[in-house]
Ligand binder design. Structure first.
Ligand code: THU
Length: 157
Protein backbone atom coordinates (compact mmCIF):
# COMPACT_ATOMS: atom_id res chain seq x y z
CA UNK A 1 0.00 0.00 0.00
CA UNK A 2 1.23 3.48 -0.75
CA UNK A 3 -0.22 6.71 0.43
CA UNK A 4 -0.37 9.35 -2.27
CA UNK A 5 -1.21 13.02 -2.20
CA UNK A 6 -2.90 15.26 -4.70
CA UNK A 7 -1.57 18.81 -4.68
CA UNK A 8 -3.55 21.56 -6.32
CA UNK A 9 -2.02 24.90 -7.24
CA UNK A 10 -4.26 27.91 -7.67
CA UNK A 11 -3.99 31.66 -7.59
CA UNK A 12 -5.64 33.93 -5.07
CA UNK A 13 -6.21 37.60 -5.81
CA UNK A 14 -7.48 40.26 -3.44
CA UNK A 15 -9.19 42.35 -6.08
CA UNK A 16 -10.35 42.09 -9.68
CA UNK A 17 -7.87 44.89 -10.40
CA UNK A 18 -5.06 42.33 -9.99
CA UNK A 19 -6.44 40.11 -12.77
CA UNK A 20 -5.20 40.19 -16.35
CA UNK A 21 -7.51 42.19 -18.66
CA UNK A 22 -9.30 39.13 -20.10
CA UNK A 23 -10.02 37.64 -16.68
CA UNK A 24 -11.07 41.04 -15.36
CA UNK A 25 -13.58 41.34 -18.19
CA UNK A 26 -14.90 37.83 -17.58
CA UNK A 27 -15.22 38.48 -13.83
CA UNK A 28 -17.20 41.64 -14.56
CA UNK A 29 -19.46 39.66 -16.90
CA UNK A 30 -20.12 37.06 -14.19
CA UNK A 31 -21.02 39.80 -11.71
CA UNK A 32 -23.31 41.39 -14.30
CA UNK A 33 -24.85 37.97 -15.01
CA UNK A 34 -26.08 37.80 -11.39
CA UNK A 35 -28.86 40.17 -12.50
CA UNK A 36 -30.34 37.29 -14.48
CA UNK A 37 -30.78 35.06 -11.43
CA UNK A 38 -34.25 33.81 -10.57
CA UNK A 39 -33.88 32.63 -6.99
CA UNK A 40 -37.19 33.08 -5.12
CA UNK A 41 -36.37 30.18 -2.75
CA UNK A 42 -32.71 30.57 -1.78
CA UNK A 43 -32.36 34.30 -2.56
CA UNK A 44 -28.79 33.40 -3.50
CA UNK A 45 -28.03 34.96 -6.85
CA UNK A 46 -25.31 33.41 -8.96
CA UNK A 47 -23.94 34.59 -12.29
CA UNK A 48 -21.57 32.81 -14.64
CA UNK A 49 -19.80 33.88 -17.80
CA UNK A 50 -18.11 31.60 -20.33
CA UNK A 51 -15.42 32.81 -22.72
CA UNK A 52 -15.52 31.02 -26.06
CA UNK A 53 -12.67 30.44 -28.50
CA UNK A 54 -14.26 32.91 -30.94
CA UNK A 55 -14.02 35.68 -28.32
CA UNK A 56 -17.72 35.66 -27.46
CA UNK A 57 -18.81 35.67 -23.82
CA UNK A 58 -22.00 33.82 -22.86
CA UNK A 59 -23.73 34.57 -19.55
CA UNK A 60 -25.91 32.43 -17.36
CA UNK A 61 -27.61 32.73 -13.98
CA UNK A 62 -29.23 30.30 -11.56
CA UNK A 63 -32.88 29.48 -12.22
CA UNK A 64 -34.91 27.99 -9.38
CA UNK A 65 -38.16 26.05 -9.52
CA UNK A 66 -40.86 25.05 -7.06
CA UNK A 67 -39.93 21.46 -7.91
CA UNK A 68 -36.39 21.97 -6.63
CA UNK A 69 -34.46 19.54 -8.86
CA UNK A 70 -35.93 21.22 -11.93
CA UNK A 71 -33.90 24.37 -11.31
CA UNK A 72 -30.37 24.84 -12.56
CA UNK A 73 -27.14 26.45 -11.39
CA UNK A 74 -25.66 29.49 -13.09
CA UNK A 75 -22.66 27.57 -14.37
CA UNK A 76 -24.66 24.93 -16.22
CA UNK A 77 -27.12 27.53 -17.50
CA UNK A 78 -24.16 29.42 -19.01
CA UNK A 79 -22.35 26.36 -20.37
CA UNK A 80 -25.46 24.84 -21.95
CA UNK A 81 -26.37 28.18 -23.52
CA UNK A 82 -22.79 28.55 -24.78
CA UNK A 83 -22.74 25.06 -26.27
CA UNK A 84 -26.14 25.52 -27.88
CA UNK A 85 -25.17 28.91 -29.32
CA UNK A 86 -21.63 28.01 -30.46
CA UNK A 87 -21.55 24.21 -30.83
CA UNK A 88 -18.27 24.25 -32.81
CA UNK A 89 -16.35 26.54 -30.45
CA UNK A 90 -14.34 25.74 -27.34
CA UNK A 91 -15.02 26.98 -23.81
CA UNK A 92 -11.74 28.50 -22.66
CA UNK A 93 -12.73 29.93 -19.31
CA UNK A 94 -15.65 30.32 -16.91
CA UNK A 95 -16.13 32.92 -14.18
CA UNK A 96 -18.62 32.57 -11.32
CA UNK A 97 -19.94 35.22 -8.94
CA UNK A 98 -22.63 34.95 -6.30
CA UNK A 99 -24.19 36.49 -3.25
CA UNK A 100 -27.29 36.76 -1.11
CA UNK A 101 -30.03 38.93 -2.62
CA UNK A 102 -27.80 39.76 -5.56
CA UNK A 103 -25.08 41.39 -3.47
CA UNK A 104 -21.64 40.01 -4.33
CA UNK A 105 -20.40 37.90 -1.41
CA UNK A 106 -17.12 38.21 0.45
CA UNK A 107 -16.29 34.57 -0.14
CA UNK A 108 -16.43 32.98 -3.60
CA UNK A 109 -19.37 30.82 -4.65
CA UNK A 110 -17.72 27.52 -5.50
CA UNK A 111 -19.30 25.30 -8.17
CA UNK A 112 -21.25 22.21 -7.14
CA UNK A 113 -20.14 18.73 -8.17
CA UNK A 114 -22.61 18.44 -11.03
CA UNK A 115 -21.38 21.71 -12.56
CA UNK A 116 -17.77 20.55 -12.21
CA UNK A 117 -18.64 17.37 -14.10
CA UNK A 118 -20.24 19.40 -16.89
CA UNK A 119 -17.13 21.62 -17.05
CA UNK A 120 -15.07 18.43 -17.35
CA UNK A 121 -17.20 17.31 -20.29
CA UNK A 122 -16.69 20.50 -22.29
CA UNK A 123 -13.01 20.61 -21.41
CA UNK A 124 -12.60 17.04 -22.69
CA UNK A 125 -14.60 17.94 -25.81
CA UNK A 126 -12.27 20.84 -26.64
CA UNK A 127 -9.04 19.16 -25.57
CA UNK A 128 -7.90 22.46 -24.08
CA UNK A 129 -7.76 23.46 -20.42
CA UNK A 130 -10.79 25.44 -19.20
CA UNK A 131 -9.79 27.88 -16.47
CA UNK A 132 -12.15 28.70 -13.61
CA UNK A 133 -12.44 32.03 -11.83
CA UNK A 134 -14.41 32.16 -8.57
CA UNK A 135 -15.16 35.79 -7.92
CA UNK A 136 -16.03 37.46 -4.60
CA UNK A 137 -15.74 41.01 -3.34
CA UNK A 138 -12.34 40.67 -1.66
CA UNK A 139 -11.13 37.33 -2.94
CA UNK A 140 -10.80 35.79 -6.39
CA UNK A 141 -9.60 32.24 -6.91
CA UNK A 142 -8.24 31.08 -10.25
CA UNK A 143 -7.78 27.45 -11.26
CA UNK A 144 -6.03 26.69 -14.55
CA UNK A 145 -8.04 23.60 -15.46
CA UNK A 146 -11.09 21.60 -14.41
CA UNK A 147 -8.88 18.75 -13.14
CA UNK A 148 -7.82 21.11 -10.34
CA UNK A 149 -11.34 21.33 -8.93
CA UNK A 150 -12.37 17.77 -9.82
CA UNK A 151 -9.48 15.44 -9.03
CA UNK A 152 -9.74 11.88 -10.36
CA UNK A 153 -12.16 13.18 -12.95
CA UNK A 154 -14.52 10.68 -14.58
CA UNK A 155 -13.79 10.63 -18.30
CA UNK A 156 -13.92 7.03 -19.44
CA UNK A 157 -16.69 7.16 -22.04
N1 THU B 1 -25.91 27.83 -7.19
C1 THU B 1 -25.35 28.11 -8.39
O1 THU B 1 -26.02 28.58 -9.32
N2 THU B 1 -24.02 27.91 -8.54
C2 THU B 1 -23.18 27.56 -7.54
O2 THU B 1 -21.98 27.48 -7.74
C3 THU B 1 -23.72 27.26 -6.20
C4 THU B 1 -25.19 27.26 -6.08
C5 THU B 1 -27.33 28.12 -7.00
C6 THU B 1 -28.25 26.95 -6.93
C7 THU B 1 -29.40 27.55 -6.15
O3 THU B 1 -30.25 28.24 -7.05
C8 THU B 1 -28.76 28.57 -5.24
O4 THU B 1 -27.48 28.83 -5.81
C9 THU B 1 -28.62 28.11 -3.81
O5 THU B 1 -27.96 26.93 -3.71
Amino acid sequence: MTTKEINIAYQEYKSVDELNPEDRELAAEAIKAMEGAYAPYSHFHVGAAVRMSNGQIVRGANQENAAFPSGLCAERTAMFAASARYPDKDMLSIAIAGGVMGRLGHEPATPCGACRQVMAQYQAKSGKPMSILMVAADQILKFEKVDDILPLIFKSI
